[in-house]
Design a protein around this ligand. Structure first.
Ligand SMILES: [Zn+2]
Length: 378
C-alpha cells in the first residue's frame, strides 16, 4: 500500500450526510430495493447484484462476510440472511473507520436505527440534521391553521434546531432547484397554507406547494446554520434537469452574507456544476455521496470531478448510506481509495507535495465538515 493510501485509510471520516441502518432483518426484495433509488424491482427477474452497486458489494463486502470475492448473488444473499442484518451491520460498520455520523433523521424514521442506536452499534459519535419539510408536515399533523402556520413552523424549527447542527431541504424533490428565489410575503404564505391545508383530506401529509417550500427555506435561512440541499441523483420523484444546482444561482447570490452554509449533496451528474459554485460562492460546499456506491467500478471519474475545480477546503465526504451497511462500507472505501489514487498520481507528477496531499486527505475526509458545521474553529 502506498504512503497516501495508508494515510487515507487512517482518516477518521466525518460522514456529513447519512441515514440510519435498517433495524430489522430484510427479505431479499427489500434488500434489492434498498440497493437502488428505484421504486420498482429489477425487471425481467434480473437482480441488483448485476449492476455497478451490486458488483462492488459482491467484490468488496463478500470477503468480510467470509465469502470469496465476486460471490454469486445467491451465495451473497444466503450468507447475509444467515448472519442477519444486525451482525452484517456490526461487521461492516466497524471496518468503515467513520468517526462521526451526521444523520438526516427525516426519512422513514420508524424502520431505521435512531442516531443513538447508530452510535451504540458503530462507536461513532452522532449529530442530527433536521429535514425542514418533515418539520412542517409534523406541524400540520399536530394541528395548525393557515393564519398560524408560519409562526407554528418557526417555533417547531427552533425547538429542533437546538439539538441539531444543520438543516436539510428536499426542495429538489418536491419542486426543483429552479424555485423562485424571492422570500414569499406573509400574505402569500397564509394563502398558500390555506390552499394546502384544505387539500390534504385523508391522504398523507406531504408538502409540495412551491410558495410554502420557499417559505420553509427562507425561515431556515434566518437561523444562519448550514443547510444541506439534495442535488441531482435521487429516486423517481425528481426531474433531473431541475436538480442542477446552477438553477439556484440567484438564491446563492442573495444568501452570500446570510450566515448560512449551502451544502450541495450527491450532485451526480452535476458534480462539475457544484464544483464551479463552490469555487465562486464562499458559502457553497459539495460532496459526491451515494454516487460512488451507484457507479461502483466506475467511481474514479466522479472522484476526479470532485477535485477538479472546487477549492480543497470545500470538498466533503458523505456516504449518503441508507439502510444497508454495504453502502456505508463501500462509500467510505471508494472515497479513501479514490482520493489516495488521485493524490498519489499528483505527487508522482510533482504537482503537489506528499505533505500537502496528506493534509488534503484529512481536510476533505474530516476537518472541512467540522469547520462547515462549526464544530471546529478555522
Ligand atoms: Zn440522503
Amino acid at each position: 500500500m502506498s504512503y497516501l493510501h495508508e494515510v487515507s485509510a487512517q482518516v477518521s471520516l466525518v460522514d456529513h450526510h447519512c441515514h440510519g441502518l435498517m433495524r430489522d432483518d430484510l427479505t431479499r426484495p427489500e434488500f434489492e430495493l434498498l440497493a437502488s433509488e428505484s421504486d420498482w424491482p429489477e425487471p425481467h427477474n434480473h437482480t441488483i447484484f448485476d449492476s455497478p452497486v451490486g458488483t462492488i458489494i459482491r467484490a468488496e463486502c463478500a470477503p468480510l462476510l467470509g465469502l470469496p470475492r465476486h460471490s454469486s448473488a445467491d451465495d451473497y444473499w444466503s450468507r447475509r440472511a444467515e448472519l442477519g442484518q444486525a451482525e452484517v451491520s456490526r461487521i461492516l460498520m466497524t471496518q468503515t473507520g467513520i468517526g462521526r455520523l451526521m444523520i438526516d433523521t427525516g426519512f422513514r424514521s420508524p424502520t431505521i436505527l435512531s442516531p443513538d442506536q447508530m452510535t451504540e452499534l458503530t462507536g461513532a459519535a452522532n449529530d442530527e440534521i433536521v429535514r425542514i419539510e418533515q418539520v412542517a408536515e409534523q406541524v400540520v399533523i399536530d394541528g395548525t391553521t393557515a393564519a398560524t402556520f408560519a409562526d407554528d413552523f418557526r417555533t417547531a424549527l427552533a425547538v429542533r434546531a437546538e439539538r441539531a447542527i444543520g438543516f436539510k431541504t428536499i426542495i429538489a424533490y418536491r419542486y426543483g432547484l429552479d424555485f423562485d428565489p424571492d422570500r414569499p410575503s406573509d400574505a402569500e404564505v397564509v394563502a398558500a397554507a390555506g390552499e394546502w391545508l384544505s387539500n390534504i383530506g385523508e391522504g398523507r401529509v406531504r408538502i409540495a406547494h412551491p410558495v410554502l417550500l420557499r417559505h420553509l427555506l427562507w425561515t431556515a435561512v434566518d437561523f444562519a446554520m448550514p443547510i444541506q440541499f439534495h442535488v441531482g441523483y435521487g429516486d423517481s420523484d425528481i426531474t433531473m434537469p431541475r436538480c442542477d444546482p446552477t438553477q439556484m444561482t440567484e438564491f446563492l447570490r442573495r444568501t452570500v452574507d446570510s450566515g448560512i452554509e449551502v451544502m450541495l449533496l450527491h450532485c451526480y451528474p452535476f458534480i462539475r456544476e457544484a464544483g464551479f459554485l463552490a469555487q465562486v460562492y464562499p458559502h457553497v460546499w459539495l460532496d459526491n455521496g451515494a454516487a460512488l456506491n451507484y457507479t461502483g467500478p466506475s467511481y474514479m471519474s466522479l472522484m476526479r470531478q470532485l477535485v477538479e475545480m472546487a477549492p480543497f477546503s470545500k470538498v466533503m465526504f458523505s456516504s449518503d448510506a441508507f439502510g444497508l451497511p454495504e453502502l456505508y462500507y463501500n462509500g467510505s472505501l471508494l472515497w479513501r481509495r479514490g482520493l489516495a489514487t488521485i493524490f498519489t498520481e499528483w505527487v508522482d507528477n510533482d504537482y503537489v507535495s506528499q505533505d500537502d496531499a496528506a493534509r488534503y486527505l484529512d481536510m476533505m475526509g474530516r476537518t472541512n465538515a467540522l469547520r462547515a458545521y462549526r464544530l471546529m474553529e478555522d
